[in-house]
Design a binder for this molecule. Structure first.
Ligand code: SF4
Ligand code: SF4
Ligand code: SF4
Length: 152
């Protein structure tokens, strides 16, 4: 008998529609900073993990206790405070490049998950305020400490 191999379905096609809908609802409640403090590569992967029962509702410091409560409500599970070990809930901030100190190394561009920084090699870089989510990932990436966070 011939041993026919069936094509392996892609991961996305394995996600049931109900789980995909739940993922979308959960994702809409997340702050979309894409900061990674939840331990996932961004808000959507975290929402997917919650929808699949693989992550708790307390992983997102930017969402704070209110965010964790809202996630728990959608999932129908008991509310939890957000996990303080993952980070601190803060007011909205935006990154600002101290222009005089920027050496144009482009490291901040590579670190920014939402392409909110523009500038070329050896040129001064700037943050596009409306795009900046305040994730702070560019701050440790700058070798000359010329990125500061300011109230958004
Ligand atoms: S910690 Fe919250 S805001 Fe940051 S990536 Fe995870 S879900 Fe998004
Ligand atoms: S500019 Fe910095 S703080 Fe703003 S989104 Fe990009 S990496 Fe995050
Ligand atoms: S990482 Fe710092 S020095 Fe390098 S381009 Fe960005 S702001 Fe300028």
């Amino acid at each position: 008998m011939r041993n026919e191999q069936k094509p392996v379905p892609s991961h996305s096609s394995l996600i049931p529609v109900a789980t995909a809908d739940l993922t979308e609802r959960l994702d809409r409640l997340l702050p979309q900073t894409q900061c990674g403090q939840c331990g996932f590569d961004g808000c959507l992967p975290y929402a997917q993990a919650m929808a699949c029962g693989e992550a708790g509702v307390d992983h997102c410091p930017p969402g704070g206790d209110d965010g964790a409560r809202a996630l728990a409500r959608v999932l129908g599970v008991p509310p939890l405070p957000y996990d303080r070990a993952r980070g601190t809930h803060k007011p909205a901030m935006v990154a600002v490049v101290v222009e005089a100190d920027c050496i144009g190394c482009t490291k901040c561009i590579q670190a920014c998950p939402v392409d909110a920084i523009i500038g070329g090699a050896k040129q001064m870089h700037v943050v596009i305020d409306p795009l900046c989510t305040g994730c702070e990932l560019c701050v440790p990436a700058c070798p000359v400490d010329c990125i500061v966070m300011e109230p958004g």
